[in-house]
Design a protein around this ligand. Structure first.
Ligand SMILES: [Zn+2]
Ligand SMILES: [Zn+2]
Length: 157
């Protein structure tokens, strides 16, 4: 991964690569934060994924569904970037990552009363059109502990 970081920082001089505890993209600081202890293929793929967010200028999202779309787009961009570096991102890995978001979206959008699938009415609220139930969801968008949102900076996993 270290060699890839060096190559990518040369290729994208406006991005900075900062060691941290988790892979994230911080649009405000234009920083790619990478998990310092990570190594191997999956680490390189995560890094490329975050650069994908950066290249797509992902900043914020209006709904949970938008976040899922952004995740899919970032992987598509990452795949193209990977190809340019002779790296192949495993398709199963991408599906696994997207599945965690799909599960998260499913859990948040399922009506707690009647279990109908419901629509998000704003960033924090869902409403069930079957039984009229309305409920709040947390702003946390992360389903994995290492993807927990930083309270200080706006970051995209
Ligand atoms: Zn309901
Ligand atoms: Zn992402």
């Amino acid at each position: 991964m270290n060699q890839l970081i060096i190559t990518l920082s040369k290729q994208f001089p406006d991005l900075s690569f900062v060691p941290g505890t988790t892979f994230t993209w911080s649009p405000k600081q234009r920083q790619i934060i990478y998990r310092e202890s990570a190594s191997g293929d999956a680490a390189a793929w995560s890094l490329l994924h975050e650069v994908g967010h950066a290249l797509l200028k992902h900043e914020d999202f209006d709904s949970d569904f938008d976040l899922l779309i952004m995740e899919m787009e970032a992987w598509e961009r990452a795949k193209a970037l990977a190809a340019a570096h002779n790296i192949v991102i495993d398709a199963d890995h991408i599906e696994d990552c997207l599945d965690t978001y799909r599960d998260w979206l499913y859990q948040r959008s399922t009506c707690p009363t009647c279990t109908s699938s419901s629509l998000q009415t704003d960033k924090r609220t869902y409403e069930c059109f079957n039984c009229g139930m309305e409920w709040q969801v947390s702003s946390s968008r992360h389903c994995r502990p290492y993807r927990r949102r930083s309270k200080l900076n706006k970051v995209i996993p």
